[in-house]
Design a protein around this ligand. Structure first.
Ligand code: ZN
Length: 489
């Protein structure tokens, strides 16, 4: 089996993944800023890095996965001016900021559970690491890469860039940035408009504030990830992930902070998932195409023709490789829903296959092709395409048009299910949930097995009767070219 390669944003090429201390792998991913309901934009990074987490574990690594919760310091417009996103929500809702944080963290967790996203090993909060953040600011100040203005501390990008390279991750250069930066009012504290805040002095009305050597204030947004990643994963650590929207300035600033404090970078592989567009447009509140996960699940949004189940959303996201763009539309989601239902039907069909004396299918080939796809920078799109080739074969096997030995059948079932459920993290929504749902599904499956047997001995009266009786009970059975599927109305 070949090895896992991942595209490293820092070197701009695919590299064979070699962890620093195998079998241990340190993985850090930027989590949500918890001031609103989780939305479609949250789903892609969560599912991308859940796939990485699951696949690394499948390969035998012991993964420590850290995904943070941003609960302080993320200001409006992702810049150094304006209100803290959480404090603003707290003011509008007349709540304590930490009530806002708890409420939306719980909502985020609930949505992630429904999407079958595994919880990380550690989920640290920025507000729980203020002392460590102050220590990092002190180090950067002592090394001469930051300056104080009226109780705020700013990172000196120009000075840093003379000795190191600011823009190493994003490929931007300072001259270009100067040309493209407009002077904004209120930024006169900074020596240069693109310097960024490490610590901000709290205005009298600012609620979330901590005592520091520079007076009462709060940390800059980029600081928490530098601090929490290395606190729990050591320095350097293996993989840092996040959405492409965080590449600049957030991750660029993280690198600058680590180098300014310790003289070296903290991250070995940087991974970025591409964004989701909606009907070709960027998602935004002002565009009216902002869709929360709750709205997707219940279908209550003007842009939605129907509700889409959590597994449909997950499958839709996995059907694209994480670095490719992904356009969200009703048509695309309906296609994902159909595809998923075919895949789950094939999985249930596996139990109807009767072993033969010889095999006309190559299970080894299935395994090779799936691993080849996943090892190629987590190409889940290609891995799923390979599984679909097997959906057709599984149906032929169930109809005795292809053959498989008992040993190969066990291997096929184990591998197919391991990839679908453990690695891709899918669930069969028709058969899981309550005990009753599971029993109902098993009874329907039993009747459909009998129907298949009837068809095979050309007893069409019995096979039609089973279909019609099920239909009366609200179970729709659909015959397809490559087998059949069922659904409760
Ligand atoms: Zn971050």
């Amino acid at each position: 089996m070949n090895k896992l390669s991942i595209y490293n944003t820092l070197t701009r090429k695919k590299e064979v993944f070699e962890p620093l201390n195998p079998p241990h792998v340190g993985l850090y991913v930027c989590g949500p800023t918890v001031y609103g309901d989780p939305h479609l934009g949250h789903a892609r990074p969560a599912i991308t890095f859940d796939l990485l987490f699951r696949y690394l574990k499948h390969l035998g690594y012991k993964v420590r996965y850290v995904r943070n919760i941003t609960d302080v310091g993320h200001l409006e417009n992702d810049a150094d001016e304006g209100e803290d996103k959480i404090a603003k929500k707290a003011r509008l809702e007349e709540l304590e900021p930490m009530e806002v944080v708890q409420y939306y963290t719980d909502r985020y967790h609930a949505a992630m559970r429904r999407l079958n996203v595994l919880p990380p090993s550690i989920e640290p909060r920025a507000s729980g690491h203020i002392i460590e953040q102050i220590e990092l600011v002190k180090k950067i100040l002592a090394n001469g890469f930051a300056y104080e203005r009226n109780g705020s501390i700013y990172f000196d990008v120009v000075k840093y860039n003379k000795q190191h390279s600011y823009g190493i991750l994003s490929g931007r250069n300072i001259e270009e940035m100067i040309a493209n930066t407009r002077e904004l009012e209120g930024q006169d504290e900074k020596q240069n408009p693109f310097d960024f805040a490490l610590w901000k002095k709290a205005a009298p009305e600012h609620i979330m504030r901590w005592l520091s050597p520079w007076g009462e204030g709060f940390p800059g947004w980029h600081l928490e990830c530098s601090v929490m990643s290395t606190k729990y994963l050591g320095e350097p650590f293996d993989i840092h992930g996040g959405g492409m929207d965080l590449l600049f300035p957030h991750h660029e600033c993280e690198i600058a902070q680590s180098v300014a404090a310790n003289g070296k970078q903290a991250v070995r592989y940087w991974m970025h998932n591409n964004m989701i567009t909606i009907n070709g447009q960027k998602m935004g509140k002002s565009l009216g195409n902002f869709i929360t996960l709750e709205e997707l699940f219940n279908g209550k949004h003007a842009l939605l023709e129907q509700a889409y189940s959590p597994m449909t959303i997950r499958f839709f996201i996995l059907q694209a490789q994480y670095r490719s763009t992904l356009d969200f539309s009703n048509e695309a989601l309906q296609a994902a829903e159909k595809g998923l239902s075919r895949l789950m039907a094939a999985n249930r069909m596996l139990d109807r296959i009767k072993p033969a004396d010889s095999s006309s299918v190559q299970v080894e080939q299935l395994k090779e092709k799936v691993y080849e796809a996943l090892n190629d920078d987590l190409n889940s799109a290609l891995a799923i395409a390979v599984l679909f080739d097997w959906v057709r074969l599984i149906n032929l096997l169930a109809e005795d048009k292809e053959s498989i030995t008992a040993n190969n059948l066990v291997e096929l079932k184990t591998f197919f299910r391991t990839i679908i459920f453990d690695v891709l993290g899918m669930a069969d929504e028709q058969t899981t949930g309550s005990k009753q749902a599971e029993l109902t599904a098993k009874l329907i499956e039993m009747l459909l097995s009998m129907r298949l047997e009837a068809k095979q001995r050309k007893d069409f009266a019995t096979s039609d009767r089973i279909r019609d009786e099920l239909s009366k009970l609200g179970v729709i059975v659909r015959d397809r070219k490559d087998g059949f599927d069922w659904e409760i109305e």
